[in-house]
Design a protein around this ligand. Structure first.
Ligand code: NAD
Ligand code: TYD
Length: 354
């Protein structure tokens, strides 16, 4: 039980960074339960695959018999719940998987966790933690002069993805309030870094720029996101797990609001610098395309609570993080080839056609 964490969705972008960071920094054992959807990639965890402190199990959080068996066998002292469908554009084209995993799956996980936790000794029950990893998108969209989202901003999700995450946040809240389950929720802004599936803005732009392909910017490119380096997000989750106040939510952000077009310009310039080619700048590849339906205009996080109460602040600057990220995608050709085959190609062909 001691120091055993059950991570869900640990083969995805943030989960795999979290596992690698925890294994490196702590005497922690981790069981990683992941369904391995198109977004899950066990290669991310190759460096720990033979470590006795790490175990991978393929499965669905909605499979209650499996969850019961895993909890009973491994006796975790904490669960960190990343597993989700996470891409807004996919949620617009096919919301059903989002309801199934993000809402029904989280519900199943909460029910099995409650049964497991209820049967623990008093001492174990007190120290147990359930960390639910969520997003700033549950708060909706900000106007240009609005203050950033705080923990008391009312929920107003706009996409099927955001709505499904909001529903899961409410379930987690209710399980604390009603049953006393020791939960913590984190709502974080947009992440970037290694292992992010190249359907999301930053890796998509890096790889298209590398290959001399069009860089599809939605609408006028002035939508604003608050970008956080994934290593900083993982450190924040670890801090909340260790010291967060039970039942509370913590907003996590990078204090780094930028319009999409500025991000794409920075990526073009870095790719030009690191993978020079004859002829024009990669900026010439920018193509404005039809906007995403219901596209939220601006997200920004007020992350003062986690700083004030738990002492967490991002370490990376956007300039250092994005440089490291562009370098990683350019240097890890085999990883890129692995994930950009099959269903990924089909997604790109369908989503960007016309
Ligand atoms: P991701 O899509 O890269 O990874 C999700 C992982 O969950 C994949 O490995 C997938 O195989 C797994 N999974 C999906 N359905 C599952 C199921 N039913 N059972 C078990 N495993 C399943 O996502 P990510 O970007 O790493 O995001 C992780 C979490 O962080 C999500 O909950 C997301 O909402 C949240 N979040 C993401 C961001 C971001 O910028 N990426 C920001 C804030 C919060
Ligand atoms: P994304 O990485 O999908 O994250 P989210 O929608 O969860 O914020 O998109 C980030 C921003 O980039 C968002 O405003 C949509 C925009 N975007 C594009 O302009 N072009 C693209 O091809 C993609 C994938 C996103």
């Amino acid at each position: 039980m001691q120091n055993m964490i059950l991570v869900t969705g640990g083969a995805g972008f943030i989960g795999s960074n979290f596992i690698l960071q925890r294994i490196q920094e702590q005497a922690t054992s981790i069981v990683n339960l992941d369904k391995l959807t198109y977004a899950g990639n066990p290669h991310n965890l190759e460096t720990v695959s033979s470590d006795s402190r790490y175990k991978f199990v393929q499965g669905d959080i909605g499979d209650r018999a499996l969850m019961r068996q895993l909890l009973g066998t491994h006796h975790p002292c904490a669960i960190v719940h990343f597993a989700a469908e996470s891409h807004v554009d996919r949620s617009i084209r096919g919301p059903e998987d989002f309801v199934r995993t993000n809402i029904d799956g989280t519900f199943a996980l909460l029910e099995e966790t409650r049964a497991y936790w209820s049967a623990l000794s008093d001492e174990q029950r007190k120290s147990f933690r359930f960390v639910h990893v969520s997003t700033d998108e549950v708060y909706g969209s900000l106007g240009p002069d609005d203050p950033p989202f705080s923990e008391s901003t009312p929920y107003a999700p706009n996409s099927p993805y955001a709505a499904s995450k909001a529903a899961s946040d409410h379930l987690v809240r209710a399980y604390h309030h009603t049953y006393g389950l020791p939960t913590l929720t984190t709502n974080c802004s947009n992440n970037y870094g290694r292992f992010q599936f190249p359907e999301k803005l930053i890796p998509l732009m890096i790889l298209n720029a590398r290959d001399g392909k069009a860089l599809p910017v939605y609408g006028d490119g002035q939508n604003v996101r608050d970008w956080l380096y994934v290593e900083d997000h993982c450190a924040a989750i670890a801090t909340v797990l260790r010291r967060g106040r039970l039942g509370d939510t913590y907003n996590i952000g990078g204090w780094n609001e930028k319009p999409n077009l500025e991000i794409v310009h920075m990526i073009c310039d870095l790719v030009d610098e690191m993978a020079p080619r004859a002829g024009n700048s990669r900026r010439d590849l920018i193509t404005f395309v039809k906007d995403r339906p219901g596209h939220d205009r601006r997200y920004a996080m007020d992350a003062r609570k986690i700083e004030r109460e738990l002492g967490w602040r991002p370490k990376a600057t956007f300039e250092s993080g994005i440089r490291e990220t562009v370098r990683w995608y350019l240097e890890n050709e085999a990883w890129v080839r692995d994930v950009t085959s099959g269903s990924y190609r089909q997604w790109v062909a369908t989503h960007y056609s016309g």
